[in-house]
Design a protein around this ligand. Structure first.
Ligand code: HDE
Length: 755
């Protein structure tokens, strides 16, 4: 019935989807939930239908993007092979030759079409943010924000706007690894009723530089060095640190980049930020300033560096896989959108300039108001067509959203459209299905490479009388720029407040827990150890000395250097003072109490407690976690009671870093499991990375074999290591679940690591 209903809604060429087969209508297995009344279920949005292809009504707005995309979704199920011209192909194995051993004929248009298309399959990768992953979803407003903005997504409580979201790393190439230390892109395309709005943000609320003029320099410095194209996806090299050490405005951002923010556990557990100050404008033309925040419902969580480095080898697609699998499993990732709203008059009172993208607005100064929730509930059907071809542009704003004069943002407004023209091959990239707005497009722009629209009529100019004056100016209904009065001299330069580079870096550092501070110091030590030029190292530490003398001393000590004199300040204005801001610490942010989607390894081999494994496996599954039985060899093993235990993945294919916790059952200290160096390495890495460990019975012996300490350095019990007599010992499994929900026991961490 859903298909018939959909077919009846097809605007033109209703037969077209049938050409691709009915399978074209089927969503990914697991990516959808049963259709319901989307508006009635709006408050429990995880239950919303992921795809109208299984029956919801495009008019309800949930997934209006799907109807236009369905027209181009293709599936070859049950179809004969054809050329691009639709000519059936009889033989796809052999080229056309003169005799079986003779030369191939130029006439072989089938071969030539196939090879020619192949020869042109690649497009330039993004100059930054080349590696990314994306998903479809929707944004649901909590309240009507008509008093502050006329932007379409915020016009009614419960209003739903389709979105497509791409996460990315910045420096690495398209095939690089997900867990590199890097900023993550967080780009959201809202397909609003009044056109597309792209909120192209990052997972860090500040940026390296203050003016677009410096962006090419920054990117040249961080990308692989031009003479030998090394290193890939890493800032740990001379040119990067040379540049940032000479640009003290980058200091605040460096603190974030060296923090655990730059090695997220998952895209699902990172925040997103619009970074710049934007304007919101209401129907009456009144404007306020605004900063955008995305807060993950799953809580924030990151990797530790040693783990991130090992994951690069074990699974370079770690984040891509995590996002894909969560959506396929129906564990739809969600973020709350928060706004920091403030007036121009308030902004003037701040110690910093709100047009300076190296500064944030502490949440204690301007609270974050939650205004809606975004849910990602459908994986793309085709990586290239959707994730690669999606074009985010900061210039894509809608009535009610406007820019500020942030000189970084101003440069971006130009850059994003411009880059698509070379990346996507011409000015019609807006017609690529993933980029096309749900709102209708009517203007007199014509022609150009790969034009899709067949614009009818003879009128392609305005004003006209021959077309009845259409398309006509929307007037008050259209986008109008906020009429900010400006009268100034043309100058190249920046305001004095922009020259203060350290106070917020200090606030960030002081707001971190001790474990997070240690991670920051270690990250500086690691990156600068890779820098070959001593003067560059010294310059970085001279900047850090203005942030925190202890931090500078710690990093210098790690590098075997004296602490240099602090770098001179660029302004004589008094240094602003900022109170500690708990919102800046990942560990201080509210987490989740649950363990949904956490991956738990259960070590198993012959002689293990099979019944115990079965009970904890089932309990974890019902708590939403993802248990996996890991052993030396794949396949069936025999448990202690003679029953069968299936090993789902080998230690070789599923090393420790791919799991959030480990369970060591009774009997795991027997046989091949106990003598494998991979088992011991697995346990040591779990311990070193501060992950929860639950052992029962003789499983505890395996922890001893792996030389894991049985207490913290101060002699107290490690809250993340639970050793029990039996699987059902009172409180043992519950203690493990609590430890798992809390992610890691950083109290265990030492530098250098004990294990
Ligand atoms: Fe970008 N940036 N950027 N950027 N950026 C691009 O656009 C640029 C900046 C961000 O998933 C490019 O389509 C300039 C800040 C994301 O497709 C390019 C400046 C922030 C993405 C570009 C900045 C970002 C990009 C490369 C300084 C966080 C990936 C390919 C003036 C608020 C979007 C492309 C996606 C991509 C230019 C600074 C975020 C070249 C000139 C600040 C998430 O146009």
């Amino acid at each position: 019935a859903g298909n018939q209903q959909l077919a009846a809604q097809m605007p033109f060429n209703a037969d077209k989807p049938l050409e691709y087969g009915d399978a074209a209508r089927q969503p990914h297995q697991g990516s959808t939930v049963a259709p319901g009344d989307p508006l009635a279920t709006a408050s429990t949005s995880a239950e919303l239908n992921a795809s109208p292809k299984v029956g919801s009504d495009p008019a309800d707005g949930v997934n209006r993007l799907n109807a236009p995309l369905d027209r181009v979704r293709a599936d070859s199920g049950g179809q004969a092979l054809t050329t691009n011209q639709g000519v059936p192909v009889a033989d796809n194995q052999h080229s056309l030759k003169v005799g079986l051993r003779g030369p191939t004929l130029l006439e072989d248009f089938i071969l030539r079409e196939k090879i020619t298309h192949f020869d042109h399959e690649r497009i330039p990768e993004r100059v930054v943010h080349a590696r990314g992953s994306a998903a479809h979803g929707y944004f649901e407003a909590y309240d009507a924000l008509t008093d502050i903005t006329k932007a379409a997504p915020f016009q009614a409580a419960g209003k739903i706007t389709p979105v497509f979201v791409r996460f990315s790393t910045v420096a690495g190439e398209r095939g690089s690894s997900d867990t590199a230390r890097d900023v993550r892109g967080f780009a959201v395309k809202f397909y609003t009723d009044e056109g597309n709005w792209d909120l192209v943000g990052n997972n860090i609320p500040v940026f390296f530089i203050q003016d677009a003029m410096k962006f090419p320099d920054l990117v040249h410095a961080v990308k692989p060095e031009p003479h030998h194209a090394m290193p890939q996806a890493s800032s740990a090299h001379d040119t990067y640190w040379d540049f940032v050490s000479l640009m003290p405005e980058s200091t605040h951002m460096l603190m974030w980049q060296m923090s655990d923010r730059a090695i997220p556990r998952s895209y699902r557990t990172m925040q997103g930020f619009g970074v710049h100050t934007f304007r919101l404008v209401n129907e009456g033309g009144a404007a306020v300033f605004c900063k955008f925040h995305w807060n993950p419902v799953a809580g924030t969580h990151s990797l530790v560096w040693d783990e991130a480095a090992k994951i690069m080898g074990a699974d370079p697609d770690f984040h891509r896989r995590d996002l894909w699998e969560a959506i396929e499993a129906g564990a739809y990732p969600q973020w709350e959108l928060g706004l920091q709203i403030f007036t121009e008059a308030q902004a003037e009172q701040f110690d910093f300039d709100v047009l300076d993208a190296t500064k944030l607005i502490p949440e204690e100064l301007v609270p974050v108001r939650a205004v809606g929730r975004m849910t990602l509930n459908r994986n793309p059907d085709n990586f290239f067509a959707e994730t690669e071809q999606v074009a985010f542009c900061t210039a894509h704003v809608v009535p009610g959203i406007d820019f500020s004069n942030d000189p970084l943002l101003q440069g971006r407004i130009h850059s994003y459209i411009d880059t698509q023209i070379s990346r996507l091959g011409g000015p019609n990239f807006h017609e690529i299905p993933i980029n096309a707005p749900v709102a209708q497009v009517h203007n007199n722009q014509r022609d150009g490479m790969h034009r899709q629209a067949i614009n009818r009529g003879r009128v392609n100019y305005e004003p006209n009388s021959l077309g009845g004056g259409c398309p006509f100016q929307a007037g008050r209904m259209g986008f109008t720029s906020f009429p900010e009065p400006i009268q100034e001299d043309k100058v190249r330069g920046k305001p004095e407040k922009f020259a203060e580079h350290y106070a917020q870096a200090r606030m960030f550092f002081e707001s971190q827990s001790l474990a997070e501070q240690a991670h920051i110091a270690n990250a500086f030590r690691f990156e600068l150890s890779k820098v070959q030029t001593p003067a560059v190292r010294a310059r970085v530490i001279a900047n850090l000395a203005n942030v925190d003398p202890m931090l500078a001393a710690g990093v210098a000590d790690g590098l075997g250097m004296e602490v240099p004199e602090a770098a001179p300040l660029a302004t004589s204005l008094p240094q602003p003072f900022y109170a500690v801001s708990p919102a800046l610490s990942l560990l201080a942010r509210p987490g989740t109490t649950g363990v949904a989607t956490r991956k738990v390894a259960i070590l198993a081999g012959d002689g293990v407690d099979g019944a115990g494994i079965a009970s904890v496996y089932a309990a974890l599954r019902s708590a939403g976690a993802v248990p996996r039985v890991v052993g030396v060899q794949l396949g069936a093993r025999t448990g202690a009671d003679g029953g069968r235990v299936d090993v789902e993945i080998s230690l070789e294919a599923g090393p420790s870093v791919l799991y959030d916790a480990v369970i060591v059952p009774d009997g795991a200290d027997q046989g091949r499991l106990a003598i494998s160096g991979q088992t011991l390495e697995f346990l040591r890495d779990q311990y070193r990375h501060c992950k929860p460990i639950f052992a029962w019975g003789s499983g505890g012996e395996l922890l001893k074999l792996a030389d894991l300490p049985d207490a913290l350095p101060d002699g107290s019990a490690d809250p993340g290591v639970i050793v029990a007599a039996a699987v059902n010992a009172a409180g043992a499994y519950e203690a493990f679940l609590t430890a798992l929900a809390g992610h890691r026991a950083f109290v265990r961490e030492t530098d250098p690591p004990l294990v």
